[in-house]
Ligand binder design. Sequence first.
Ligand code: NAP
Length: 311
Amino acid sequence: MTEPFRFQSVAIVGIGLIGASLALALRDCGFDGAIAVADRNADALQEAEALGLGTTYHGDAAAAVADADIVILSVPVGAMAAVGTAIGPALKAGAIVTDTGSVKGAVIDAMAATLPASARFVAGHPIAGSENSGPGAGFPSLFNHRWCIITPTPETDPEATEIVSGMWQAFGANIEMMEVTRHDLVLALTSHLPHLIAYNIVRTASDMEEVTEAEVIKFSAGGFRDFTRLAASDPTMWRDVFLHNREAVLEALGRFSEDLAMLQRAIRWGDGEQLFDTFTRTRAIRRSIVGAGQDTAAPNFGRPQEPRGGE
Ligand code: NAP
């Protein structure tokens, strides 16, 4: 067993940005046990092998998990149930299964319906990522100084929670324990809604016939550029997030639409005070985010060159 990890063999199902970063982070932290890599995508599997991310490579997730003490699911949220069904019968008794999915309620339900009672499931979500996907996008420091949210339920095994938390801490992540529905609401506001808005702004701009595409690109530093980064995020991952966190996203979207209507009215009626008050309040929030070390005040809209900092 390699300190600080309390397991000897790992299986990673889904070797995209997150799965590859996990494999690299494990090795970076001195983990010298087996890493079985599984993915349904033959190209991703081949790329993972070329990058030397694992010790064995499997198109069949069940074959990958058979010897694993801990199985990490890093597939899109919509694929979790299918993976749970595939790996359930092959898991060792007492094996820990954890995930990285951006939505927690739907994944916990999917695991409860598909994993055997002997498996110990711990739901997790690293608040770290980028708009890039695939094994080549992974890097070992992705989780360093980022939050990882763990959402235990009364059924979650405390020892398994400790082992999973210890792994993330070894990667440099800070752990936050959170209740499941709270996670899904908080993330709907801080991550899912911003992505939806970004997807929509970029679509609106590209559909506006009076403004040419060349002008949109040329003058993108006026604010549009930051939205294009979010709107370049993986379509499969984000489709699944919206389909599986429907209630919380609709709740956040309802509040957003009301506030947007207020700003629209303020512009229409020339209510500068309302606009100024809102923008002063939001500026203070930006400063607290920088103060909390969750972004930088540097130029380039606070965007570091290395892709990191959250979904
Ligand atoms: P990704 O780069 O798109 O990689 C996902 C991989 O899983 C792909 O190779 C995909 O293959 C494979 N896959 C899909 N369904 C599968 C199945 N049934 N069996 C085996 N492999 C399957 O995704 P990612 O960005 O690493 O995200 C992984 C998970 O982490 C998601 O749940 C996401 O919500 C969460 N997350 C993402 C971020 C982020 O910023 N990207 C941050 C935090 C958490 P195909 O190409 O064939 O679909």
